[in-house]
Design a protein around this ligand. Structure first.
Ligand SMILES: *Cc1c(COP(=O)(O)O)cnc(C)c1O
Length: 397
C-alpha cells in the first residue's frame, strides 16, 4: 500500500461565525482591555468567567493569559512558598514543571503507569519523603484516573490538589466534571486545546480567599469588582494589599472567541470521541500495539490518541515514525532522547533537581502520540489507522 494521507495534523476548524462577528464588532469599539467597560456593561472577559463558571459548575473563575500562567498563580493562591516541594506527574508537558519553578518551588516527579495514570504507591512514597503539601495533577493527554481513589489518597496525605485540565475540558469521572475534584483547576485555551483562542487560560475554584488572591495576582489593579465570577468585594479587603500584581490578564478579543466556542464545546467533545473511538477500535486490532485501558466511569475527550508500540524494538521506532510520516501520518515519539516541539521527556527539563523514574521511562520509550483534529472526518481517521497498521506489520518482530 502506498496511499498517502495529505491533511494537516495541526489544522483547527475556523472560529464560529458568531465569534468572528463579535470580534470585529469589539475591534470597532476599540475597548479591548478587560476593564475598559462602559457603565455597568460586562466586558467579554468577565462574561466568559461567568459563563465558564456556570458551565463548569464552580462558583469562581478567572480568565487569564495561558494555562501555565493559571497554574502558576493558582499555586501562589494556594500558598506555595519558595523552596517548597510540589508533586506532579513524571509524564506531562513543560508548562507544568515550569509553573512550579515559576513560584520558586521544586517539582518532585511521580511515576505513571501504562495507562498514563499517576502511580498511587509512588505518590504516597514521594509525598512522605518530600514533605510536599500540594500535588499538581496533570491529566496529560486527557487520561483521567480513578479520581475517587486518587482524592482519597491525597486526603490521607493532606495533599491539596491543583488539577491541570489542559486536555480534559469537557471530560468527567463518574459524571463529575474534570476540574471539580481538586482545590483548584487550570484549563488552557491554547490553539490545540478544546477551545481555541490562540493563547489563554482559565482558573477555577470554590475557595473565596484563594480566588481573591489569584485575581489580584492576575493584575486586576483594584478593579476586581469588574470580574464575572469573583468572590464578594469584602473578601478582597486584606488580600488587595498583600498580593503582588503579576499582570497576566485575559483580553476581550480572546474572550470573545472563547464565548462563541463554549456553546459548541459539548458537541465538539462528541465529535472528537467519534474520531478517537474509531482510531482506538482499529489500532487495538493491530498486533504489537497496546492501547491504554479506559475505565467505564471515565468520560474522556479524545482530542489526541496515545499507544505503545510494544511489539517494535525501541531502536526501530524512529524508522517506524519516519515510514508513517512518509505516508502523511504524523506520530510523535515520547521516548526520544532529544526534546522535539511539544514532545519532551522529563529528563530534558534539566533545570529540575535530577530524578530517576524508571517506570515512566519504560512507558514513554514505547509511547507514540497523535493529534486528532476535528478537521479530519471518520474516513480520514480510518485511512490514518490503516497506514499505521500497514507500517506496523513491517516493523513488529
Ligand atoms: C497545553 C498544556 C498546558 C498549558 O499550556 P499553556 O500553553 O500554558 O496554555 C498545561 N498542561 C498540559 C498537559 C498541556 O498540554
Amino acid at each position: 500500500m502506498s496511499i498517502t494521507f495529505n491533511k494537516s495534523f495541526t489544522q483547527q476548524e475556523s472560529i464560529p461565525e458568531a465569534g468572528i462577528d463579535a470580534a470585529v464588532e469589539l475591534m470597532r469599539t476599540g475597548r479591548l482591555h478587560r476593564y475598559n467597560s462602559v457603565g455597568s456593561e460586562l466586558s467579554a472577559a468577565a462574561l466568559l468567567e461567568q459563563e465558564y463558571a456556570t458551565w463548569q459548575g464552580r462558583p469562581y473563575c478567572l480568565a487569564c493569559t495561558s494555562g501555565g500562567y493559571a497554574m502558576q498563580i493558582g499555586l501562589r493562591a494556594m500558598g506555595v512558598q519558595v523552596g517548597d516541594a510540589v508533586l506532579t506527574n513524571g509524564y506531562t508537558l513543560a508548562p507544568v514543571p515550569g509553573a512550579i519553578v515559576n513560584v520558586g518551588a521544586n517539582p518532585v516527579l511521580v511515576e505513571i503507569d501504562e495507562n498514563y495514570h499517576l502511580d498511587l504507591v509512588d505518590l504516597r512514597a514521594k509525598a512522605i519523603s518530600s514533605g510536599a503539601r500540594v500535588l499538581v495533577l496533570s491529566l496529560m493527554r486527557g487520561h483521567i484516573p480513578d479520581m475517587t481513589a486518587l482524592i482519597q489518597v491525597c486526603d490521607e496525605l493532606d495533599l491539596a490538589v491543583l488539577e491541570d485540565c489542559a486536555h480534559t475540558m469537557g471530560g468527567s469521572w463518574q459524571g463529575q466534571r474534570s476540574g471539580n475534584f481538586g482545590v483548584m483547576a487550570a484549563f488552557s485555551l491554547q490553539t490545540y486545546k478544546h477551545m481555541n483562542t490562540g493563547e489563554g487560560g482559565l482558573l477555577v475554584c470554590n475557595d473565596e480567599q484563594m480566588m481573591a488572591r489569584a485575581i489580584m495576582h492576575s493584575g486586576s489593579y483594584m478593579l476586581y469588582e469588574r470580574h464575572g465570577a469573583a468572590p464578594a468585594p469584602e473578601v478582597f479587603e486584606e488580600v488587595r494589599y498583600v498580593s503582588a500584581n503579576m499582570s497576566g490578564r485575559m483580553d476581550n478579543l480572546r474572550a470573545t472567541l472563547a464565548l462563541a466556542q463554549l456553546p459548541e464545546l459539548e458537541g465538539n467533545c462528541v465529535r472528537w470521541n467519534e474520531r478517537y473511538d474509531l482510531l482506538f477500535a482499529k489500532l487495538s486490532q493491530v498486533p504489537g500495539l497496546y492501547l491504554p485501558r479506559r475505565h467505564k466511569d471515565e468520560h474522556y475527550v479524545g482530542s489526541s490518541i496515545q499507544f505503545m508500540a510494544k511489539g517494535i524494538k525501541t531502536e526501530q521506532i524512529p524508522d517506524f515514525v519516519r515510514a508513517c510520516a512518509e505516508q502523511g501520518v504524523e506520530l510523535k515519539w515520547f521516548g526520544e532522547a532529544e526534546p522535539r516541539a511539544f514532545t519532551s521527556r522529563y529528563d530534558s527539563w534539566r533545570y529540575l533537581a535530577p530524578q530517576y523514574l524508571p517506570h515512566t521511562l519504560s512507558v514513554l520509550e514505547k509511547t507514540l502520540d497523535m493529534r486528532v483534529p476535528l478537521t479530519f472526518d471518520l474516513e480520514d481517521c480510518a485511512l490514518v489507522a490503516d497506514i499505521i497498521a500497514e507500517q506496523c506489520k513491517r516493523f513488529v518482530d
